[in-house]
Every structure is written in structure tokens, then in C-alpha cells.
Design a protein around this ligand. Structure first.
Ligand code: TXA
Ligand code: MG
Length: 332
């Protein structure tokens, strides 16, 4: 892993202290960080991302010891999860202390907290000495960056700490501890099975959020979208679907999984991009792959649908939202 020299980290911490926005690596995706106690700095993040002001940000902290500065209350289940998974790819939504800015919480009385594991994120947080509000370092609705150069392509003017490619490549899992039982608001890099193991299977709710639920833009039906219109198609239907599109004169590519049953020798040879077989490796690679494929300017990317089981929840969630964005564009 690359690791920027200590002087760069200290320089970045100094900029954060002066109210600047700095991009930094985490083990999930890169974040756009600002001093979570400085409203003007946090507003700069919203402006850069083009993100609606009522969509809250995650406050990044070094670990459990810092959580009490932001959360009014830390229920037992949160303690268990922090002890087990922090630092790591888990974000906890907790009741916010009164002094936490509404610019960070999107006007809600809860705050999302995460202690990232990445050594550069940890070094930056320690050098800065406070909490960093940080969304993923992409314009609103676009694919999250998993390498420093992706961030630079979105935001060429920003200071970006390069910590190498992200080890996990999908955003953190978000669990809300507001309400009776812990509830998953966004599937992510920490698998549901790990949460269940820590809390017991009866303690996790994963049902769709209702109207009174906190707002999670990562949970909007259309999000995380590449530029190339994308459709997720079961392997068995891929060949026929591709034929239909080719007949309309579209330039079609396929995002395949290894050993998929899809074979159709009568099809013209389509550009194919191979993804890893396992859910974790697929998730790690997904965003970078979508960006690579965008460069070719295909009219349509057909994604061979991964298995529907729980291990693939986060991947299937991101693919569905990426696909939805284009459906909405086509219909609106
Ligand atoms: O892996 C990650 O979580 C990355 C890295 C940079 O930490 N961050 C990330 O941030 O994905 P962002 O802003 O792209 O997504 C954060 C999600 C949003 O969907 C937001 O609505 C939700 O966290 N969130 C933040 N505060 C919340 C709150 N008080 N209640 C419910 N959801 C909240
Ligand atoms: Mg995001």
C-alpha cells in the first residue's frame, strides 16, 4: 500500500483545521473530509458534491473513545458492534449530542459515526485531532472512488492523500441504533452475517426503511451510477437480450462472471469484461471496473446478475441502483 509521508498528512491536517476540504483514503472508498465542527467547511463538501443539504454526512472518528463526543447515548448493541468491528467498515447511527451541527446531520437528531481502519485515515484523524465529516469523494449520484486518481478525475483542484486502491471497495454498512432493534440502513462492506454473529440473528432488522426513517441518499433507488447505461440480466436471458439490442444497432458490452452458463456462439463477438467469482472480490473490483468500461462509450452494459443470496446483498444493491438511474433517465 502507498502511504503518503507524514509531512503530507500533517499538511492535510493543517488544511482541515483552516476549513479546507481534503480527500483521504479509507478501506471502503475515498472520502471528502472537512472539520465536522466547522459548518462553513462542511457546507463546502455539499457544494463540491452537488449534494442536497438535507442528506446527512458520516462523522469519522479514531475509535470508540471519540464516539461520546458526538453521540448523546451509546446503547449496549452499539458498544458490542464498536468493540467488534471498529475500526472498520461499519457506520453506526446514534442519537446526536445537541451541539452536533445540523449541517452534518441534515437536520436530524441522529449522527452517523464511523472509525475507518485505513492507516492513512487513522493518521489523518490523529493529526487533525477531531471528527471529520466525510461522504464518498464523488459527485452526488456517481460511482464512488476506490483509487486516488478517481478522486482527482472528479475534483482536480483538491488535495488528495493517496493511500492506494481501497481494500474493500464498497461503502461501509450502515446500522441504525435508533429504535428498538438495530436496523441495517445500507448494506455494505461488512457482511450481514458478521453483524448477526455479533448481535444474534433476532436482533437485526433489514427491512426497507419506512417514510419516517432517516434519509440515506445511498438508499435512493437511483444512485452509484456509471455513465454507461447498465442493465442487470439473469445469465440465462443475456444472449437473447443482447441480440435484441444489437438488432437496434446499439453498441453492447457484457460484464460477466466466471463460469456463467451464458454461451451463444451465434452471437457476434461482444466485448466482455470479466469479474471475480466471489462476492467480496467482485465488490472490491466493481466501481473501478465500471469506470474503466465508461471509457469505451458503449451504449449499454449488460451485467450478468450475481446470485441473489445474502453474501451478494451489497453488490446487488449497488448494481440495482446503478441500473435504476438510467431507467429513470430513459423514462423522464
Ligand atoms: O464507506 C463509507 O461509508 C464512505 C467512507 C468515505 O466512509 N462514506 C460514505 O458516505 O459512503 P456517503 O455520504 O456517501 O454515505 C453516507 C450515508 C448516506 O447515505 C447518509 O444518508 C447516511 O450515511 N447517513 C449519514 N448520517 C445519517 C443519519 N444521521 N441517519 C441516517 N443515515 C445517515
Ligand atoms: Mg456516497
Amino acid at each position: 500500500m502507498n502511504r503518503p509521508p507524514a509531512t503530507l498528512i500533517h499538511d492535510a491536517a493543517r488544511r482541515l483545521g483552516a476549513g479546507d476540504v481534503v480527500a483521504f483514503p479509507t478501506e471502503t472508498v475515498y472520502g471528502l473530509g472537512a472539520d465536522a465542527r466547522n459548518e462553513a467547511a462542511v457546507r463546502r463538501i455539499y457544494a463540491l458534491k452537488g449534494r442536497p443539504a438535507d442528506h446527512p454526512l458520516i462523522v469519522h472518528v479514531t475509535g470508540r473513545d471519540a464516539a461520546g463526543q458526538w453521540a448523546a447515548e451509546i446503547p449496549e448493541a452499539a458498544r458490542v458492534l464498536m468493540a467488534r468491528f471498529w475500526p472498520g467498515p461499519l457506520t453506526l447511527v446514534l442519537p446526536a449530542r445537541d451541539e452536533v451541527s445540523h449541517v452534518v446531520t441534515g437536520g436530524q437528531d441522529s449522527v452517523a459515526l464511523r472509525a475507518p481502519h485505513h492507516p492513512v485515515a487513522q493518521a489523518l484523524l490523529r493529526a487533525f485531532g477531531g471528527g471529520l465529516a466525510a461522504p464518498s469523494a464523488n459527485p452526488f449520484g456517481r460511482v464512488s472512488p476506490t483509487e486516488a486518481r478517481h478522486v482527482r478525475s472528479y475534483f482536480p483542484e483538491l488535495t488528495v492523500l493517496d493511500g492506494g486502491p481501497c481494500r474493500l471497495g464498497l461503502e461501509s454498512t450502515i446500522v441504525s441504533l435508533i429504535g428498538e432493534r438495530p436496523r441495517v440502513l445500507r448494506p455494505g462492506a461488512l457482511p450481514l452475517s458478521a453483524l448477526r454473529e455479533a448481535l444474534g440473528s433476532t436482533c437485526i432488522e433489514t427491512g426497507a426503511a419506512d417514510a419516517s426513517s432517516p434519509r440515506v441518499p445511498g438508499a435512493l433507488p437511483a444512485h452509484y451510477a456509471p455513465a454507461t447505461p447498465l442493465e442487470v440480466i439473469p445469465a440465462a436471458g443475456l444472449a437473447r437480450h443482447a441480440e435484441g439490442l444489437l438488432a437496434r444497432g446499439l453498441r453492447v458490452a457484457v460484464l460477466r462472471r466466471p463460469c456463467g452458463p451464458w454461451q451463444n456462439p451465434v452471437l457476434p463477438p461482444l466485448p466482455r469484461f470479466l469479474m471475480p467469482a466471489g462476492a467480496r472480490a467482485y465488490g472490491r473490483r466493481l466501481y473501478a471496473r465500471l469506470r474503466e468500461i465508461d471509457r469505451f462509450g458503449f451504449d449499454r452494459l449488460l451485467v450478468e446478475a450475481p446470485p441473489a443470496d445474502e453474501d451478494w446483498w451489497a453488490v446487488n444493491d449497488r448494481l440495482a441502483r446503478a441500473a435504476n438511474r438510467h431507467l429513470q433517465e430513459v423514462s423522464s
